[in-house]
Ligand binder design. Structure first.
Ligand code: AMP
Ligand code: TRP
Length: 336
């Protein structure tokens, strides 16, 4: 794939608030990567409607996610930022991939099982083929690297399988085999109330997560209330293997301060959580406070955000059009 310099693609769903998990697992890493890679960041509204979204809330959340990316340091002059539905090629390539992927592959997807729950019969068909759309998002631009949190690893393996099967079915060397970039000390940020559950936008407990819309006092309060255990902090992260809540807070501290979890353990070795939490609250507020305030300001600037999404979509359409045309040609669709 020599015709492109290395390109990254990643996305966030506009469903509810951005969380500290989105920030540390994804967006913070994108900010660091944007200098090195040609970068495309997408607000994936087509993915969002795989579960019911109120239309007005969806519009609002789409702007809010875009504002969150920019407030976190994604530079819209350097990167493409857009919302997925403005580039029809995503849905089009996803259809072709629906015909490449096998039922057996999708049946193994743990996110579908988690989200559909016990009542699979009532889940939308979109939720089931969601990973095909995700593969299309990436491959529509022949992106080579995809920075995500750990929960997306299985979907990226499927994207690799789709790319390889397409190439081998049609006897071409067309799609690149994408590489996941799962980076940093907080690859999977856990709930502040339960160290065995992922921090998630959809958790009914507000105290389980930090939202990028929380003000400074709320952030500090949620950290103070975060669940821990009664043992002191150990000198190494390995010694805390079976203390998920404690380990999670150490990882968050490490990621927010650009240190390793090991560094943090050494610093607080033998101490209880009181001083640690006070420092973590201060650190969180100092890193997230300016982002949350800028995000709030930008969210109100609807025309500015809409303009960025529009111009991003135009660039994305231009990049993807020749690739999609080539796909049509490979598949055998007559083009007049
Ligand atoms: P989503 O909100 O599901 O669209 O996720 C957008 C991005 O944030 C993906 O790269 C996810 O892997 C990442 N992400 C979401 N929640 C977490 C979490 N709790 N820990 C780490 N990364 C996360
Ligand atoms: N499925 C991802 C999530 O829920 C979001 C996403 C959609 C994505 N398309 C993508 C991430 C393409 C990376 C690349 O977190």
């Amino acid at each position: 794939m020599t015709e492109f310099k290395q390109r990254i693609f990643s996305g966030v769903q506009p469903t509810g608030n951005l969380t500290l998990g989105n920030y540390l697992g994804a967006i913070r890493n994108w900010v660091a990567l944007q200098k090195k890679y040609e970068s495309i960041f997408c607000v994936v509204d087509l993915h969002a409607i795989t579960v019911w979204q109120d239309p007005a809330a969806l519009r609002e959340a789409t702007r809010e996610v875009a504002a969150g990316m920019i407030a976190s340091g994604i530079d819209p002059r350097e990167c493409i930022i857009f919302n997925q539905s403005q580039v029809p090629g995503h849905a089009e390539l996803a259809w072709i991939f629906n015909c490449v992927a096998r039922m057996g592959w999708l049946n193994r997807m743990t996110q579908f099982k988690d989200k559909a729950g016990k009542n699979k019969e009532r889940a939308s068909v979109g939720l089931y083929v969601y990973p095909d759309l995700m593969a299309a998002d990436i491959l529509l631009y022949k992106a080579t690297h995809v920075p995500v949190g750990e929960d997306q690893k299985q979907h990226l393996e499927l994207a690799r399988d789709i790319a390889q099967k397409f190439n081998s079915d049609y006897g071409v060397d067309f799609f690149p085999v994408v590489e996941p970039l799962i980076l940093g000390e907080a690859k999977r940020v856990m709930s502040l109330r339960d160290g065995t559950a992922k921090m998630s936008k959809s958790d009914p407990s507000e105290n389980s997560r930090i939202n990028l819309t929380d003000d400074r006092d709320t952030i500090a309060k949620k950290i103070r209330k975060a669940r821990t255990d009664s043992a002191p902090i150990a000198g190494t992260i390995e010694e805390m293997a079976d203390r998920p809540e404690a380990r999670n807070l150490i990882n968050i501290f490490a990621a927010l301060s650009d240190q390793t979890a090991g560094d943090i353990c050494v610093r607080y070795d033998g101490q209880g959580f009181a001083a640690f939490k006070k420092d973590l609250a201060e650190l969180s507020v100092s890193v997230l406070g300016p982002i949350t305030e800028e995000m709030k300001r930008l969210t109100d600037e609807k025309t500015y955000i809409d303009q960025i999404l529009k111009s991003g979509s135009e660039k994305a359409r231009a990049l993807s059009a020749p690739i999609l045309k080539e796909v049509h040609n490979i598949v055998g669709f007559l083009q007049s």
